[in-house]
Design a protein around this ligand. Structure first.
Ligand SMILES: C[S@@+](CC[C@H](N)C(=O)[O-])C[C@H]1O[C@@H](n2cnc3c(N)ncnc32)[C@H](O)[C@@H]1O
Ligand SMILES: [Zn+2]
Length: 393
């Protein structure tokens, strides 16, 4: 018999992540999503080690309860006052596994609540009961937009919302009507599709936060192309000047040129780099133009002494190196193709060349093989050409 009191069968799936040993049961569980669970646990550890009041954490779409279990086993010990943990999944069939997996936490004296309720109802009741969570993990299927305001209304100021969306088609421009419906935005196909999808999602979160009169601080944003994950901290009021971070990004399909403008000063677009003005801008947005990562926080997360998957360590290193302050990103393969070069320039050489000419430049932390820079496209192409010629000398 397993811990849920059920006879073990071949379909039982036992896993270990960090200190947590659990049975994923027959429902949805993806071992490959470990980096996102590691990060959820690190955010909880970070919060636990910096607060001296009792924290309350909500794993809203918990599946088998693995995130709540990891919070309890790895992060709770770092809190001066034991946190309260609530794991919920709308599917009642997940309840026996959640209950069994989280039993060791209750046995260790933590206050743990387990439920099988629709997220919408749970959040509405929590709001009416004036409950405030310090960390909400919303690991949704599809587009989580409808749950944003309900979740934000139950988040304490300074609290963290860690959000997943598996709706890749709308924000990457492959379902333009869907983007209008889910994001209230124009989304077009772009070679830096993951970056644009994260900026679209963050733009939506910012608008929802601001509508409530609150502010936000983006903490981290990443994707592996399938799920788009963002963590934000809720602030009591918007940070000064943050409205300028919402804007539009334009890209010309013909020449690949890019421009961006804040909504606050939106006006006509200058000509792109196409000869004789024959290019046409495809417009994305409104989306978030500001930084995607809080690199100081990421450095602190990387220092927390817990076991992480090597993929998570790599992800943390990559994100730390690129705060994503500049929203224009180019695929080096695309640049090479436009110049008919044999292969893409080395990212390190390109970064050095751009910085030598006074530009901001960094390899993208969001997508491999992409350069983030404020240089205009003609100069970027010229530097690529120069590097290719130097390579032949
Ligand atoms: C991506 S899975 C969660 C995986 C889990 N967090 C993990 O890390 O393994 C999404 C879960 O959300 C649940 N779910 C979907 N819609 C829901 C809703 N409206 N309210 C509550 N749970 C919901 C599903 O039953 C499913 O278990
Ligand atoms: Zn053009």
């Amino acid at each position: 018999m397993d811990v849920a009191g059920k006879a073990l069968t071949d379909s039982d799936r036992h896993y270990r992540e960090g200190n947590a040993v659990f049975d994923a049961g027959p429902g949805f569980f993806r071992p490959e999503s470990r980096p996102s669970r590691d990060l959820s646990m690190l955010l909880a550890c970070h919060q636990a080690s910096r607060h001296d009041h009792g924290l309350h954490w909500l794993d809203l779409m918990a599946g088998c309860g693995v995130r709540a279990l990891r919070w309890g086993q790895e992060a709770a010990a770092m809190a001066p006052v034991p946190p309260r943990i609530w794991a919920n999944d709308g599917d009642p069939e997940r309840l026996p596994w959640m209950t069994a997996n989280l039993a060791p936490l209750s046995a260790a004296g933590l206050e743990v609540q387990v439920s099988a309720r629709p997220a919408e109802g749970l959040l509405a009741e929590a709001f009416l009961a004036r409950q405030a969570f310090d960390l909400i993990d919303l690991d949704a299927f599809g587009s989580p937009g409808a749950l944003l305001q309900p979740a934000l209304k139950t988040l304490a100021f300074g609290g963290i919302l860690f959000l997943a969306s598996t709706d890749g088609r709308s924000p990457t421009g492959h379902d333009r009507p869907g983007a209008v419906r889910h994001l209230g935005a124009s989304a077009r196909v772009h070679p830096s599709s993951w970056e644009l999808a994260l900026r679209q999602q963050l733009g939506l979160i910012a608008r929802q936060v601001w509508m409530l009169g609150f502010g936000l601080e983006p903490l981290l944003s990443f994707s592996e192309g399938r799920t788009f994950r963002i963590a934000v901290r809720l602030l009591k009021r918007p940070r000064s000047g943050d409205e300028a971070q919402l804007g539009m990004l334009a890209r010309c399909d013909s020449c690949g040129d890019q421009q961006h403008q804040t909504l606050l000063k939106l006006r006509g677009w200058p000509p792109c780099s196409c000869p004789q003005g024959q290019g046409r801008w495809a417009i994305h947005g409104p989306l978030w133009l500001g930084p995607l990562q809080d690199t100081a926080l990421l450095a602190e997360l990387a220092e927390i002494p817990v076991a992480l998957a090597s993929k998570t360590r790599q992800l943390l290193r990559r994100l730390q190196q690129d705060a994503a302050v500049v929203p224009t990103v180019w695929s080096t393969a695309e640049l090479a193709q436009r110049l008919q070069l044999a292969g893409p320039p080395s990212l390190a050489d390109l970064v050095a060349g751009l910085r030598n000419r006074g530009h901001q430049a960094v390899g993208s932390g969001v997508m491999n093989g992409q350069i983030r820079t404020d240089a205009a496209l003609p100069e970027l192409l010229q530097i690529c050409r120069d590097l290719a010629e130097e390579g032949f000398k």
